[in-house]
Design a protein around this ligand. Structure first.
Ligand code: NAD
Length: 335
């Protein structure tokens, strides 16, 4: 199949070409650095398959252009599908597939990386030692052992994260729209409602999908219920967090640490080099200026294992479509 791969980076090319070479009948992959959006959709003319990532904008206008130019399949090379207008896709007869699981370990482990960095102030310590400053003032941390960790969303990533934190000796509080027994079985873990999770947790980590009901799940009201000095971590999706309220929470001292791999308005600049430019997002720049905030640019998924799995599943998804088989990883509108 002819596949237009949008928003492609050198690592996408490397892992996709490798996975494509493994199959019996390789697909014709054409890489576009530009992201898919209404303005760039015409580049996909003549491509029955369009492959996209988290920040491509697969909205109604984009889908209409794609459909008019012969696209039949959107192959997401990620798990989340909040950037696709599924209703319009269905109306236009465009199927949507995704990679439901690649490496939950990658994202869970990065989450723990953010926690350790913030707690033990590794970001400051790294710079200090490079300047031959070996003082410890300002680097004081706390034992994770014995602290209470609130996990919002105990699915694949949330469960691995909970297992790791259990290994540190943390008490676990979970919140999920669909609780699962495996979380309880970890030991020292129980499901609670959100107010209890907010008020009892020393660390709160988000692992639920972005849905209308989870949009701004961390808002002014939620922050008001949290322990003073709480650590908030978001490696899931930016709009789970109301950034303006979080900034107020940091300024008032309720939020003592913030670690984010995702940001509400990340589409505007993540995955691109802005080091020679002026970023115009004042909210992001203010967030960056706080010493107790660590931001990474949507890299939690970024391990060799995950990229291999993403590429292999995407190729298999496209092959199923080409062969007219049922689509194992199809994303459908709930009816
Ligand atoms: P998953 O589907 O396995 O788990 C999501 C969990 O959230 C499920 O247990 C589900 O029941 C729960 N949930 C659904 N609605 C909820 C609600 N209203 N309130 C609370 N919980 C709710 O997904 P996953 O593979 O664990 O991924 C979780 C999220 O992580 C994804 O949605 C994606 O946004 C994000 N993610 C980020 C990266 C990254 O690189 N930063 C990588 C992969 C995934």
């Amino acid at each position: 199949m002819r596949v237009a791969v949008f928003g492609s980076q050198p690592y996408d090319t490397k892992f996709f070409d490798a996975a494509n070479a493994q199959g019996g009948s390789p697909h014709e992959l054409v890489y576009f650095e530009t992201r898919l959006r209404a303005k760039t959709a015409s580049l996909a003319a003549g491509f029955p398959v369009v492959c996209v990532f988290v920040n491509d904008e697969v909205d109604a206008t984009t889908l209409k252009t794609l459909a008019a130019n012969g696209t039949k399949l959107i192959a997401l090379r990620c798990a989340g599908f909040n950037n696709v207008d599924l209703k319009t896709a269905e109306e236009l007869g465009i199927s949507v597939v995704r990679v439901p699981a690649y490496s939950p370990y990658a994202t869970a482990e990065h989450t723990v990386g953010l926690i350790l960095t913030l707690n033990r102030k590794l970001h400051k310590a790294y710079n200090r030692v490079r300047e031959d400053n070996f003082t410890l003032n300002g680097l004081l941390g706390f034992d994770l052992h014995g602290s209470t960790v609130g996990v919002i969303g105990t699915g694949k990533i949330g469960m691995i994260f909970a297992q790791i934190m259990h290994g540190f000796g943390c008490h676990l509080l979970g919140y999920d729209a669909y609780p699962n027994d495996d979380f309880i079985k970890l030991g020292d873990a129980r499901y609670v409602d959100l107010p209890e999770l907010f008020s009892q947790s020393d660390i709160i980590s988000l692992h639920c999908p972005l849905l209308p009901e989870t949009h701004h799940i961390i808002n002014q009201n939620a922050i008001a219920q949290m322990k003073r000095g709480v650590m908030l971590i978001n490696t899931s999706r930016g709009p789970l967090v109301d950034t303006v309220s979080v900034i107020e929470g940091i300024k008032s001292g309720i939020i003592g640490y913030l670690g984010i791999d995702v940001y509400e308005q990340e589409e505007a600049f993540f995955f691109e080099d802005w080091s020679d430019e002026i970023i115009q997002d004042d909210t992001f720049q203010l967030l960056q200026s706080f010493q107790n905030v660590v931001i990474t640019g949507h890299q939690a998924f970024f391990t060799q294992n995950a990229l291999t799995a993403i590429a292999e599943t995407t190729m298999a998804n496209i092959s199923e479509f080409e062969e007219g088989k049922p689509l194992t990883n199809e994303v459908k509108l709930p009816h």
